[in-house]
Design a protein around this ligand. Structure first.
Ligand code: BT5
Length: 264
């Protein structure tokens, strides 16, 4: 099976900035770490890092992203928006819309799970990890890491992921066919730029509106957990910074900045 090739992806891009420079690797620790270092050293807006496999793929909250070679997409993009640091989560919303639309372009229906998952048939097909470098109270740069399970089979998931295989799926599993990774990756980068530009042009409220239409938990009962603490309530939306708003069972409203939210 061939290694995912950045040069081939570049040929299919119609972007101004995203993916104009792509660093592609056979294997890295984490594409987010590589992109963060590049950004710290001045890499411009739109720089993309892709790896065919990761040895220390990162999820949120110190979790792992399982990243075997030859089958999936592991990618990180550098964004340099001129926004306050507290608004950085909006770029997570922008990215998860783009990932969902890229999945839909393969004929697959899915929903977004706050803040960062794309879910198909109740299982996770993609995850997004935002890391930010502030400069005072503004964003210096954002590294947006995206992992999409593309051609992993059920058998591979079970071998590579153990317990996690139960909550994961891949585009191949849901479509029953091999997906062209180069085409998928280029399509995703094109969509990322499209939605990012939409954010610049129309602002965060337009993004929040579009995100809410694709969100799987709107007005549903959820359990929120973070650091061993938890509560239940009804998920009602996200605020102007992308934080989740939940009406708790005691009637009070709580904003969730980080954590896990599951339907109950
Ligand atoms: C995420 O975290 O979903 C963010 C994943 C971001 C991965 C990309 S790959 C490119 C870039 N470079 C990196 O190092 N990371 C980014 P979180 O919501 O914390 O979900 C992590 C949880 O998802 C794990 O604890 C597992 O339960 C599950 N998981 C791990 N690997 C998975 C996979 N390949 N597919 C589906 N679920 C997975």
């Amino acid at each position: 099976m061939s290694v995912l090739n950045g040069e081939l992806i570049k040929r299919l891009l119609n972007t101004e900035a995203l993916g104009r420079t792509i660093y592609s690797f056979t294997e890295v620790g984490s594409t987010n770490e590589v992109a963060f270092e590049l950004a710290r050293n001045g890499a411009p807006h739109g720089t993309v890092v892709i790896a065919d496999s990761q040895t220390r793929g990162k999820g949120r909250l110190d979790r792992k992203w399982i990243s075997p070679p030859g089958v999936n997409l592991y990618m990180s993009a550098v964004f340099r928006p001129e926004i306050p640091a507290r608004e950085a989560p909006i770029i997570t919303l922008v990215s998860s819309i783009a990932v969902l639309e890229a999945v839909k372009a393969e004929g697959v229906e899915g929903v977004i799970k706050w803040p960062n998952d794309v879910i198909v048939d109740g299982k996770k097909v993609a995850g997004v990890l935002m890391e930010m470098q502030p400069s005072g109270d503004k964003v210096d740069f954002i590294v947006m890491g995206i992992g999409v399970n593309i051609n992993m089979t059920r058998q591979m998931m079970e071998a590579e992921m153990k317990e996690v295989a139960k909550i994961a799926t891949s585009l191949k599993e849901v479509t029953g066919r091999d997906i062209d990774r180069v085409k998928f990756s280029a399509g995703l980068i094109n969509l990322l730029e499209l939605w990012y530009k939409r954010f610049l042009k129309e602002g965060k409220n337009a993004i929040i509106r579009e995100w809410m239409e694709r969100w799987g938990a709107k007005n549903r009962r959820v359990e929120v957990s973070f650091n061993g603490r938890g509560f239940t309530g009804v998920a009602i939306g996200v605020d102007e910074n992308g934080y989740l708003i939940v009406r708790k069972d005691d009637g009070t409203v709580e904003k969730v900045i980080a954590g896990d939210v599951n339907l109950i």
